[in-house]
Structures are given as structure tokens and as C-alpha cells.
Ligand binder design. Structure first.
Ligand code: NAI
Length: 383
């Protein structure tokens, strides 16, 4: 099989590495000066590290690199079975590239986008044969993160869905099928992890270190929200929030925060800029106030908002319940699936917390999903 990847940046290089490791012939294309050399050097380093760690042999490393054709010629993607686009997140530029791709590959070739936030339907509209266009959304770093969201557009054929999923499954990834709606599963359901944590800070309930401690140590999440935003980058994370908010016709549930906007404006992006919510030039991290009662309150508020998003995604048929839970455990390392977690806590307790918040604040942000109410009324569990 021949796999082509368009855009040799963070995601493109990672996807090319996966495909070449699985034994496919890969064509990695980029049009910008130096991008191809960068990708080649980066992949070389990554593979050398894997050899050092004895995950692969020297020979395997050479074979993997040998299977990748690094190119600045788009014509090299000819005869691909699948093309995965991972260029800049800009609809007009993506559409332009899609129509060029379609003119080079044969009729059977699947053309996929790795977009995080654009609609697959709008990208597909640039093609004549829209049935073969689909979203295939990897997570960063692509070779390490097991989850891949498969996003059929309204135009996509059943055959394309089946074949695209089979290819990604054969790469030993966990695939979930999601509707072509803003943020797909993960970037939609995860919004309150950041938003509600920031809100708790803005209200003066606790500082960054304490909120992170509560979510990490009491909740069992691998990272606290502020550590994670600093890791992702406040520029990127804020933009995702703003995009999702606008795409949902300004639903208050997804409202971005001034706190993070100012971080972005100040250039306090996080780890990559040396400063975000935390100052990475300091030897010691600020100390959390390890008050368990306070910690539980913080966790409970963030968790009930996350569960509400997961329930609402199910209510609106964004994906099935198994896929919603898998997406959060395999895509962002949550300690448990949110719907399974809801069963464990009791849906009536989650509903009560949301109703209390909505009553206290009078904000639509806290409105419980109709499905949550229905489940409580009917005394049901998710599993
Ligand atoms: P990046 O900036 O690291 O890489 C983009 C690459 O595309 C660059 O090498 C650039 O030279 C190239 N490029 C730009 N315009 C091009 C064109 N017209 N033709 C050919 N090459 C072109 O970006 P990154 O982070 O890899 O993101 C790529 C895509 O993947 C975006 O759609 C993004 O939303 C999505 N994505 C990003 C994730 C992340 O965490 N970085 C996670 C999942 C998806």
C-alpha cells in the first residue's frame, strides 16, 4: 500500500513515521522551504532514540526511513491508496490543496484530513468526487497516542468509512467514529477540563497549583488542567476553545476565558515560551494548598461538567457511548471513561451538582443535558 502525507510538520511527520513503521511505502510532501529537511532530521533523531532504547534495531530504523520518500513534488503522491493531509489549519488553503490532490491521484484513493477544527464537509466540497473524502484525526504525538477519530462528512460513502477505518485499525490504533461537528469527540467533551478549572481560579476559590493538585491527586488525571494547558500551549488551547465556541453559535457552555486570552496575548504560552500559568525558570513549583475538602469540591465541579458534556454528546448522537468513553481514555488519557464514571458516582448526584450550580449562577453554562435528566427520572445507568 502507498500512503501519502501532505505537510511535514509535527503531525505529518508523525503520521508518516507510523505508516512507514507498518511497512507501507510513504510519500511525505511539503511545499515550504526547509520543511522537508527538518522533518527528515527530526525523524532521524526519533528513530535513533528508539534504537538506543532498543525498541527497534538499527536495520529496522534504516528500513523505516528508506520507505519514506521525502519530497517537494506533489506529483509524487500518484498511485497512493490513501492521502492524509496535515497542513496549516486554514480552510481556503486546505480546499485548494484538496482539489490539487484529487487531480493527481486515481479514483479509488481515499483523501483524508487531519484537521482538528474545520468541518470535513467544507473541505470535501473542494473535490469533484466528495464520497472519498473523510476526516482522520490523530492526536499529538501521533506515534504514541492510541486514539484516532474517524469523521465521515455528509458526503462520505460507507465504503470510504469502512476502508479508512480498516487502514487505521491495521496500524493498531483505537478508532472511534464521530459526527462531523465542532471539536469531534475529544476537543468538544474536554472543554470544561480547561474552562471550568479557569473559572474556579477566576472566582478566587483556589490557585493554579491547588487546582492541578486536586485534579491530579484526587481525580487521578495524569496532569492538572493548568499544567496541561502550559504543555499544549495557551496559544493553541485558547484558539481551539474560541473556534469551538464560535462554531457552536456561541453556546455559553463553551465560552472562552479572559484569563487564558491574556496569557496568549502576553506570550505566556507555557513550557515552550518558558512561562505560562507557571514560571518554568523557577526551580521550585508553587505549593498547592492540600486541603482535601477543597480539593474534592474542585474535582467534583470540573468532573460533573465533563460528564455533562459526555452525556450531551451521547444525547446528540455525536458517537456511541463506548466510543465517547474510549475517546477520552485513549485520546487524552483520562483515568476512566466519563459515562462509566457517571455510573460509578450516580447520575442523580451529577445532575444535582449541575442543578445547584445553575441555580446559584443563573448561567446557561451549567444547564444539564436532557439525557442526564431523563436517566435520573428513569433510574437508568449507561452500562
Ligand atoms: P505544523 O505547523 O507543525 O505543520 C504544518 C506543515 O504543513 C508545515 O511543515 C508547513 O510547511 C506545511 N504546509 C503548510 N501549507 C502547506 C501547503 N499549502 N502545502 C504543503 N505543505 C504545507 O502543524 P501541525 O501541528 O502538524 O498541524 C497540522 C494539521 O494537523 C492541522 O490541521 C492541525 O489542526 C492538525 N492537528 C494538529 C494537532 C497538534 O497537536 N499539533 C493535533 C491533531 C491535529
Amino acid at each position: 500500500m502507498k500512503v501519502s502525507v501532505i505537510g511535514a510538520g509535527t503531525m505529518g511527520a508523525g503520521i508518516a513515521q507510523i505508516a512507514a513503521t507498518k511497512g507501507h511505502n510513504v510519500c511525505l510532501y511539503d511545499s515550504f522551504d526547509g520543511a522537508i529537511d527538518n522533518a527528515k532530521n527530526k525523524l532521524n533523531k526519533i528513530l535513533n532514540r528508539l534504537v538506543e532504547k532498543e525498541r527497534i534495531t538499527d536495520e529496522q530504523s534504516r528500513d523505516i526511513l528508506g520507505r519514506i520518500n521525502f519530497t517537494e513534488e506533489l506529483d509524487a503522491i500518484k498511485e497512493s491508496n490513501i492521502v492524509i493531509e496535515a497542513i496549516v489549519e486554514d480552510l481556503e488553503i486546505k480546499k485548494n490543496v484538496f482539489s490539487k490532490i484529487e487531480n493527481i491521484v486515481n479514483d479509488k484513493c481515499i483523501i483524508a484530513s487531519n484537521t482538528s477544527s474545520l468541518s470535513i464537509a467544507s473541505i470535501a466540497s473542494a473535490c469533484k468526487n466528495t464520497e472519498r473524502v473523510i476526516g482522520i484525526h490523530f492526536f499529538n504525538p501521533a506515534p504514541l497516542m492510541p486514539l484516532v477519530e474517524i469523521i465521515p462528512a455528509v458526503q462520505t460513502s460507507e465504503n470510504t468509512i469502512k476502508n479508512a477505518r480498516a487502514i487505521i485499525d491495521s496500524w493498531q490504533k483505537t478508532t472511534v467514529i464521530t459526527k462531523d461537528t465542532p471539536g469531534f469527540i475529544v476537543n468538544r467533551v474536554a472543554r470544561p477540563f480547561y474552562g471550568e478549572a479557569i473559572r474556579i481560579y477566576e472566582e478566587g476559590i483556589a490557585d493554579f497549583a491547588t487546582i492541578d493538585w486536586a485534579i491530579r491527586n484526587i481525580g487521578g488525571f495524569r496532569m492538572g488542567p493548568f499544567e496541561l494547558m502550559d504543555y499544549i500551549g495557551n496559544d493553541i488551547n485558547y484558539t481551539v476553545t474560541e473556534t469551538v465556541f464560535a462554531a457552536f453559535y456561541y453556546d455559553q457552555r463553551y465560552k472562552p476565558s479572559f484569563t487564558q486570552k491574556r496569557m496568549k496575548e502576553a506570550g505566556f504560552f507555557g513550557r515552550k515560551s518558558g512561562r505560562g500559568y507557571y514560571d518554568y525558570s523557577l526551580e521550585n513549583k508553587p505549593k498547592a494548598n492540600e486541603d482535601r475538602e477543597l480539593g474534592k469540591k474542585i474535582l467534583w465541579r470540573v468532573l460533573s461538567m465533563l460528564i455533562n458534556e459526555a452525556v450531551d454528546a451521547l444525547f446528540l448522537n455525536i458517537a456511541n457511548k463506548e466510543d465517547i468513553d474510549l475517546a477520552m481514555t485513549k485520546g487524552v488519557n483520562y483515568p476512566k471513561g466519563l459515562l462509566a464514571w457517571a455510573d460509578e458516582i450516580g447520575v442523580e448526584n451529577v445532575l444535582k451538582q449541575l442543578e445547584d450550580l445553575q441555580e446559584e449562577y443563573g448561567e446557561d453554562r451549567y444547564r444539564p443535558s436532557p439525557l442526564l435528566k431523563r436517566m435520573v427520572k428513569e433510574n437508568k445507568t449507561f452500562y
